[in-house]
Write a protein that binds this ligand. Structure first.
Ligand code: ZN
Length: 591
């Protein structure tokens, strides 16, 4: 390879900068020849900062490896790896290069603030930078060297078209539009010496990034115990801590942090959360998990343990918080944790949830006259409106510990019976949630008869929508504005054909159903189902499953079109009721 390269007319044309063939490992060459810029790790490249870099570099230099997926946590130094590998290509093994990031602006900022500086400062590359009459060939979007060209841009069709590349670098492809990795792969035109390097945190299962990584020879990082010298696969079980709470029932993070230590699963030695110990534990080795794979693609999956600057106590705090959110039906923080700290992909809970009647056995008949459940904080009635009659569930909740019991379920024929149920179970109007998608005029007319003319004192009318993110609410202050996404909207006003005013609240079907499935999955009495629940209830609760309609787009749908799902719908409305009334906190915060 080296000989051939030296025969290239471009390389012959260079008076300076010709390098002897490289036999040294890339990490070693980089520590002498690459001067970093704007990196948190000081000026010269230093492998000891994140020792795991070594394996990416080895694969990059290995002619047998043509494609690399590096699934790595935040703080891993993925950008530094691009800078080192890019410098190596320019200095030692040239070929046209395309670097794609999330969008044009991000990649230009990086070129300007970091990569161009690296190329200009490093002894390896500085002599290649076009000067004199050619100096305008250096831009923040591209560099036309004498011996190769380097293009950059956002991952979109405009930047991937028609170009034939030897090197393709991709930054954070978990955020790329579907199809862009495929476009990127086609830029190689099947060159034998092609090299593709994609680096990113994890993402969702079923996305293009996940498929690319999964089809590589998958290596997990195993870490060296400084005591017993055994390499250990990483799991959160290695981190031990006391989950201390203060007098108000809030976590005492100071005490929890002090209790965090890493325990080696093999020799059971305990390591406190110190810089020295984390540096020792950053030593690692990739271990192939034995999967089927494309012959020339390598995948690496690294965890927080590769980044010694990340304290174990901050990891534990994220972990505790994420798991508490699952109890509130919000998977988002746990997904972020898996994607960002564990170097893994997130599998959406997609199966039909399994109802658990065994954990907390009770009879709904014991509540038939509206009896209170011990320590109950709230109860809601949810009504699904049919052409003939209604499906109803009534469920009560304990706030804080997240436990609930279904008290009543079934079919009701008339509004009179609904009113009777409401009063028998001691429910205020604001505790009642009715589906507004069907026959809204009649629903509103009945509500006026039952609740009076004041709209604020009416039942809640809910409208489910195909909306995957939820509804934006501005929280925080004018100085520090913050946006959260709730599963329900603000009030929307409407008028019936009779001229009666009403207000509705929309909700995200997807997110409310995710939250319901999450609660059911927790078990542990979070979503109590009585042992005398009707067969209708049980089968309707298992009538839907979550499916991928097209890549990355999920929807809850009936398993068979003739299945009834009415009480599944009413329980979903019950979740929305909990969110509206603060029983469950289900919201996403913009990053
Ligand atoms: Zn050990």
């Amino acid at each position: 390879m080296t000989d051939q390269r030296n025969k290239s007319p471009y390389v012959w044309g260079l008076s300076s900068g010709l390098k002897p063939p490289d036999r040294l490992p890339l990490a070693e060459m980089a520590s002498q020849n690459v001067f970093l810029s704007g990196s948190q790790y000081g000026s010269k490249y230093d492998l000891s900062v994140v020792p795991a870099h070594e394996f990416i570099f080895n694969s990059f230099k290995d002619p047998a490896v043509k494609e690399i997926a590096n699934v790595a946590p935040t703080g891993f130094g993925k950008t530094t790896i691009f800078e080192v590998c890019g410098s190596y290509a320019v200095a030692q093994d040239p070929g046209d290069m395309l670097i794609l990031g999330q969008n044009d602006k991000l990649i230009q900022d990086w070129m300007e603030s970091r990569f161009l500086k690296v190329l200009r400062k490093s002894p390896w590359t500085r002599d290649f930078i076009p000067t004199g009459a050619q100096r305008n060939d250096t831009k923040k979007t591209q560099i036309i060297f004498k011996h190769m060209s380097l293009f950059t841009g956002g991952a979109n069709e405009a930047n991937t078209q028609e170009k034939s590349m030897r090197y393709c670098f991709g930054d954070e492809p978990w955020k790329w539009k579907h199809g862009m990795i495929g476009e990127f792969l086609r830029r190689h035109h099947n060159r034998l010496n092609r090299k593709m390097l994609l680096q990113s945190q994890g993402g969702d299962e079923g996305t293009e990034w996940e498929e690319f990584a999964r089809n590589g020879k998958w290596h997990d990082g195993h870490h060296l115990c400084p005591e017993c010298k055994q390499f250990q696969p990483v799991s959160m079980k290695m981190l031990k801590y006391e989950k201390t709470k203060d007098g108000n029932g809030e976590y005492d993070w100071v005490k929890i942090n002090q209790s965090v230590r890493l325990v080696c699963p093999t020799c059971e030695t305990e390591f406190e959360d110190s810089d020295g110990n984390r540096r020792k534990w950053a030593k690692c080795m990739p271990v192939w998990k034995g999967n089927a794979h494309f012959p020339d693609r390598f995948t690496y999956s690294w965890t927080f343990l590769t980044v010694w600057t990340k304290t174990w106590s901050e990891i534990v705090k994220l972990w505790i918080t994420a798991n508490d959110s699952v109890k509130n039906g919000n998977y988002e923080p746990l997904k972020q944790f898996i994607n960002k700290e564990m170097g893994q992909f997130w599998e959406q809970p997609k199966d039909t949830p399994n109802l658990d009647t065994r954990h907390d056995p009770y009879l709904k008949s014991a509540y038939n006259n509206g009896e209170k459940w011990e320590n109950e904080h709230a109860r809601f009635m949810s009504i699904d409106v049919q052409k003939q009659g209604f499906w109803v569930t009534i469920r009560c909740w304990r706030i804080g510990e997240t436990k609930s019991r279904l008290l009543w379920e079934g079919k009701v024929d008339t509004y009179q019976t609904l009113f009777e149920l409401q009063s028998r179970f001691g429910l205020e109007n604001r505790d009642v949630f009715v589906d507004g998608r069907y026959g809204i005029d009649e629903v509103v007319r009945q509500i006026y008869i039952h609740c009076g003319n004041a709209v604020e004192n009416h039942w809640n009318i809910l409208i489910g929508q195909d909306n995957s993110k939820g509804y934006a609410f501005d929280v925080g202050t004018s100085k520090r504005p913050r946006k959260v996404w709730k599963i329900y909207s603000k009030f929307q006003r409407g008028v019936t054909s009779r001229g009666q005013q009403y207000r509705t609240i929309s909700f995200s079907n997807l997110r409310a159903k995710d939250a319901l499935a999450g609660l059911i999955e927790i078990g542990d009495g979070a979503f109590g189902v009585p042992v005398d629940a009707s067969p209708n209830y049980i089968s309707q609760m298992q009538s839907e499953s979550k499916r991928e309609m097209k890549p990355g787009v999920w929807k809850w749908d009936k398993i068979k079109s003739h299945y009834h799902n009415h009480m599944w719908d009413t329980e979903v409305m019950g979740i929305v009721a909990c969110a509206i009334r603060g029983v469950l906190k289900i919201e996403l915060v913009d990053e």
